[in-house]
Write a protein that binds this ligand. Structure first.
Ligand code: FAD
Length: 495
């Protein structure tokens, strides 16, 4: 491949966001190079539950059929179990799209003559579109990440203006304070008007934006594959709460379900500690019907035949893309706790917004930093509506669900009983979580309603004689609620 060639855009990484970005930029008439170091199917425990808003963004990008023909499973809501109580929560009604003025229009350049490009899902072996159309509720989807990625990549590579390169990007090339290209190991230098870094969770290049642009690790997820698990609620994401950190389970194909067990640690947990945790704390608290498949998977992890995987749960607030010629997108720009399955939703919505904003520039104008910088300021401000909510909610919910103090335990219990009240107490939070209510004010309202409701329950629990104790505990709970939400929310809003 000639290193003399000039591209309008180079995209580093063909994970979730990279192929969507490359495909739509190409559809806008840009000459695009996409570079990936590992084109074969990955086997990761990330990106397997897509929220309704993520699916909507995928449609807007013309990549809807990436979820087809991979045995994906529809999701209609959540099942939450808290000690011996449980509840089911449905995703919002479709009318929420109108009510909250959610943009459902295809992004310019998304729908091309590329026959794989479409904004509509089709019926396949596991997804029935007639059924989807008839349902008054929005839906999400759970899938095998590797199969989904391979579909995204083939839709992208079917676009005539996209060139594929197999290689490890080792360096960003800069001339006179502007990024002009990349260096790829054993392949040479490639030049472009804009270089997009979509290199994911372990991004090597996000530090180009700032040396202190470093994510923090809050916990780990331990992932196991459950075979033929009998889940209490079909088509629901399961959240299991108790004295342990939260456990997530969702069916990702007819015979496989993913279980992700949060583990409180900011360093990679040792194998023995993980195995002890799984057998002593997770297993006893699982719903009985899940135990046999978990036990089997655990034993296979123990003897090494089906080893568990551990991934760090990182948090990184987005910053303005202000480096000339260089743009971060996806996990490279912004990360949150995976508990709420919001990563792909943020990445894909950001991708749609980025492509929409850049579509106003001609290919020549991509070289003009002042024009691109204006677009980046617009992008940075407009993305906040959705991203602030999803990011803040993910960390706040994780903190409550992984309660490790008496104040957090009061809030955790209050949160579950708040959902049990039904009506707006459950519709509001699920709209936030599914990405269809991009309003930080709504998040603020529900979070503090949970906090006050928790205090009310605590008063009742403590009774008349322990009223002074309840006052003291409730002051602690309310202070903790403020410390959980306010710094996060303000960091996200004012970054
Ligand atoms: C444990 C866990 C569970 C998660 N579960 C969910 C979930 O259920 N739902 C959800 O929406 N989100 C989830 N997420 C988040 C989601 O996986 C990410 O938000 C999403 O994958 C980000 O997409 P991306 O394209 O930015 O990065 P990635 O999908 O990670 O892609 C990055 C790509 O860049 C390539 N690359 C990296 N460096 C180079 C280089 N130097 N040269 C060439 N190529 C390179 C990599 O090989 C990779 O293919 C989870 C995250 C974690 C940690």
């Amino acid at each position: 491949m000639s290193t003399e060639e000039h591209y309008d855009a180079i995209v580093i990484g063909a994970g979730v966001v990279g192929p969507c970005l490359a495909k739509v930029l190409a559809g806008q008439g840009r000459k695009v190079l996409i570079v990936e170091r590992e084109w074969s199917k990955p086997n990761r425990i990330v990106g397997e539950l897509m929220q309704p808003s993520g699916l909507l963004a995928l449609k807007r990008l013309g990549m809807a059929q990436a979820v087809n023909n991979i045995n994906a499973i529809q999701t209609v809501g959540y099942y939450i179990s808290f000690f011996n109580k449980n509840l089911k929560i449905n995703y919002p009604e479709k009318s929420i799209l109108m009510k909250n003025k959610i943009n459902i229009n295809p992004v310019p350049g998304a729908l091309t003559s590329n026959k794989l490009s479409s904004d509509k899902l089709i019926t396949d072996e596991t997804l029935n579109m007639d059924d989807w159309e008839k349902s008054p509720f929005v839906r999400g989807v759970a899938l095998h990440h590797g199969d989904f990625l391979m579909n995204l990549r083939s839709i992208c590579l079917n676009e005539p203006n996209v060139t594929k390169l197999n290689g490890n990007v080792t360096k960003i090339i800069e001339k006179n304070g502007r990024v002009t290209g990349i260096e790829v190991a054993d392949k040479g230098i490639f030049n472009a008007s804009l270089v997009f870094s979509c290199d994911g969770i372990y991004s090597k290049f996000r530090k180009e934006l700032s040396k202190d642009y470093i994510p923090s690790i809050g916990s780990y997820f331990i992932g196991l594959d459950l075979v033929d698990a009998n889940l209490p609620a079909k088509y629901h994401g399961h959240v299991i709460l108790g004295n342990h950190a939260p456990v997530l389970i969702y069916q990702i194909s007819p015979h496989h379900s993913r279980i992700l067990c949060a583990y409180r640690s900011n360093t990679l947990p040792k194998r023995n500690d993980v195995l002890n945790y799984l057998s002593n704390e997770v297993l006893p608290n699982l719903p009985n019907e899940i135990k046999p498949s978990f036990q089997k998977s655990y034993e296979e992890s123990f003897d090494g035949s089906n080893i568990y995987k551990a991934m760090p749960n990182q948090f990184l607030t987005a910053r303005l893309n202000d480096k000339p010629g260089f743009i971060c997108l996806g996990d490279s720009l912004n990360m949150r706790h995976p508990l709420t399955g919001g990563g792909m939703t943020v990445g894909l919505n950001d991708c749609a917004l980025m492509c929409e904003i850049l579509s106003t520039l001609s290919n020549d104008e991509l070289k003009d930093h002042s024009l691109v910088f204006n677009c980046m300021k617009k992008f940075h401000n407009e993305r906040k509506g959705l991203d602030v909510v999803i990011n803040t909610l993910s960390i706040a919910l994780y903190t409550l669900f992984a309660a490790d103090s008496s104040a957090l335990t009061i809030l955790q219990r209050g949160c579950f009983y708040y959902f049990l009240r039904g009506g707006e107490c459950v519709n509001g939070p699920i709209s936030l979580l599914s990405g269809l209510c991009p309003s930080s004010l709504t998040l603020f309202n529900h979070f503090f309603s949970v906090a006050f409701y928790s205090c009310y329950l605590n008063f009742i629990d403590r009774g008349f004689w322990k009223f002074p104790l309840a006052i003291w505990e409730n002051i602690q709970a309310l202070t903790t609620a403020c410390f959980v939400l306010l710094p996060l929310l303000s960091k996200e809003i004012f970054s």
